[in-house]
Design a protein around this ligand. Structure first.
Ligand code: SF4
Ligand code: SF4
Ligand code: FES
Length: 335
């Protein structure tokens, strides 16, 4: 079967083949990404071929200048994550037939990461975040000099999902919070953070939760679900972030913008049935924290320009009593 593959090329020396055509600039938040040129190749491959098969065929038989990173070809080493049709995927796990749209498949390095060459991005931000969460056990001394740690099967079953991570970076490449805030620890690092925090052998749970509750941590995720959708191993990083939030609140880490934001959100919905956006920000950052409130002015002006001005008088929805009943029924900290 013949496949058409459009490959995003980037050469730091600026040398391109004549047929490589400039692409459209990326929309915000990736508008600062280095511009690519797109070169189209035709490849003859079996019906079941994956994107990586096509890239290797191009490199081996048509254009040896194409830079592509891969190793296992079995969705286990994590090195071939790249954008396929505008989202991060493992090239060795993405069947060409399924990704062919309008007769072609577009492959490029993700605009969210620094670019080295062609399809090879610089994973330094990913590994820095990974290291920042201390992805190792800070264990107590063993129970006795000749004894080993014993952990129940049930406790380890809680961690199986996070242990499946192959560090491919697909989740970070498509994370919307990372795209606007490079300091955000990101989905993979926070999923690993949960893996070590919830391990019964770890003795630093409280310190870890304090660290992850700070700026750039668990409260900076905006629940866009990209990491859940794009993870090739079902790690569900967002689910792990939500578990970390629960542990952090239970450990008493509630004096931060993230928890105040969640509290203000729930309070508003409980009392009026809808979100009061006028009070949400001051309640989240603190009424007297004028500096942080001023920092949000550009975003506020953008919202007004886009016609998203919240009502100045906040009214309850009809039947708000039913909303309150739900809060009462669910219980917990918002009862
Ligand atoms: S859900 Fe959160 S962590 Fe996951 S991609 Fe979206 S913003 Fe990033
Ligand atoms: S969480 Fe999933 S997408 Fe993210 S690095 Fe691990 S395996 Fe890749
Ligand atoms: S080449 Fe190893 S995951 Fe794709």
């Amino acid at each position: 079967m013949q496949f058409t593959v459009e490959v995003g090329r980037y050469n730091p020396e600026g040398a391109y083949a004549a047929e490589a055509i400039p692409g459209e600039p990326y929309p915000p938040p990736w508008d600062k990404a280095l511009p690519r040129r797109y070169q189209t190749y035709q490849v003859e491959l079996p019906d079941h071929a994956v994107v990586l098969d096509a890239l290797i065929a191009i490199r081996e038989y048509q254009d040896e200048s194409l830079a592509v990173r891969c190793a296992c070809r079995s969705a286990i080493c994590g090195s071939c994550a790249m954008w396929v049709n505008g989202h991060a995927h493992l090239a060795c796990k993405s069947k060409l037939e399924e990704f062919t749209k309008d007769g072609k498949t577009r492959v490029e390095a993700p605009p969210s990461m620094p670019l080295i060459r062609d399809l090879v991005c610089d994973m330094t931000p990913f590994w820095e975040k990974h290291r920042n969460v201390k992805p190792w056990l800070e264990a107590n001394p063993p129970p006795g000099p000749m004894e080993e740690y014993r952990v129940s099967n049930a406790a380890m079953e809680e961690l199986i999902q996070e242990v499946s991570c192959i560090s491919c970076g697909a989740c970070l490449m498509d994370c919307e919070s990372f795209a606007v805030n490079p300091d955000f620890l990101g989905p993979q690092a926070l999923a690993q953070a949960f893996r070590y925090t919830a391990d019964p052998r770890d003795a630093q749970q409280r310190e870890r939760l304090g660290q992850y509750s700070g700026p750039g941590g668990i409260w900076d995720c905006t629940h866009c679900f990209e990491c859940v959708t794009q993870c090739p191993k079902g790690v569900d990083p967002l689910g792990q972030i939500l578990k970390l939030r629960k542990l952090a609140v239970e450990a008493g880490y509630t004096n931060n913008a993230g928890t105040r934001h969640a509290d203000a959100f729930a309070e508003s919905v409980k009392h009026s049935g809808r979100l009061n956006e006028l009070t949400l920000l001051p309640k989240s950052v603190g009424f007297f924290n004028v500096l942080d409130q001023l920092k949000t002015l550009p975003a506020a002006f953008n919202m007004i320009r886009a016609g998203k001005l919240p009502p100045l008088v906040h009214k309850s929805i009809p039947g708000v009593g039913r909303i309150k009943a739900i809060f009462d029924r669910v219980g917990g900290r918002f009862k």
